[in-house]
Design a binder for this molecule. Structure first.
Ligand code: ADP
Ligand code: MG
Length: 228
């Protein structure tokens, strides 16, 4: 059973790297349109939880339900198809493809989903403009600033209209002004498209953009109590 109306639910996740337990019975759920911050100290298991929810790694045990489908029972090919069609990703260091222009980077998920080049590039330019970086469209990632590159990465994550956006320390490499702007643009765009956001961060001022906070400690996730 999943909580009523939830989009993505993890139950009793266990994952160990050798003898190091990274997740030790973690539960998690998120609703459509909800922004949930996953907090906790370095090494507590935040990224491992995100990778299990996103189907990037398979937990040793436990379930990850996306709608009625259990990611832990899906093949690698099925999980990558799901990531392409329904998920968007923003990592700490953009992870843009260096050989492509910024516009081509944003268009890439659309192209992989079968959108024709012209339409993909038009939609991508709209997203770059919305993220206030239309001017970098013809540049390669190596030719733009960290803040610009991260806005391009957010545009890329949103362009294919994902149902869930996974953001792992998305502002970790930015100064505070750029970080706040990126968080504002990311959460506004997510709310407009009713996408859920799993926001991994160890910074309270980034978590402040969320609707709800979950704290991971020693591989277990708990709701932060007392937040209205
Ligand atoms: N690929 C890996 N190989 C070995 N150990 C790992 C790997 N990924 C994570 N770990 C370990 O698992 C634990 C949780 O890591 P992680 O989920 O990255 O934490 P966080 O994102 O909260 O910093 C840590 O002890 C970390 O060293
Ligand atoms: Mg991490």
């Amino acid at each position: 059973m999943t909580p009523a109306g939830s989009l993505l639910t993890a139950r009793a996740l266990h994952k160990a790297y050798g003898s190091t337990p990274a997740l030790d019975g973690a539960d998690f759920s998120i609703h459509p349109g909800e922004v949930v911050a996953v907090m906790g100290p370095s090494g507590s298991g935040k990224s491992t939880l995100l990778h299990c929810l996103a189907g990037i790694i398979r937990p040793d045990s436990g379930s990850v339900l996306y709608g009625s489908r259990d990611l832990t029972h899906m093949s690698d090919a099925q999980r990558s198809a799901l990531r392409r069609s329904d998920y968007g990703f923003v990592f700490q260091f953009g992870q843009l493809v260096p050989e492509l222009t910024c516009l081509e980077n944003v268009a890439l998920p659309l192209r992989l989903n079968g959108v024709k080049r012209k339409e993909a590039e038009e939609r991508s330019l709209e997203w770059l403009e919305r993220l206030e970086v239309g001017e970098v469209r013809a540049k390669r990632p190596g030719e733009v600033s960290g803040g610009q590159g991260q806005r391009v990465a957010v545009a890329r994550a949103l362009a294919a209209r994902p149902r869930v956006i996974f953001a792992d320390e998305p502002t970790g490499a930015l100064d505070s002004l750029n970080g706040e702007r990126v968080m504002t643009l990311l959460t506004e765009a997510a709310r407009d498209t009713n996408a859920a956001v799993v926001l991994v961060t160890h910074e309270a001022r980034v978590a402040a953009y969320s609707d709800r906070e979950v704290v991971v400690r020693d591989g277990q996730a708990r709701e932060m109590a007392g937040l209205a």
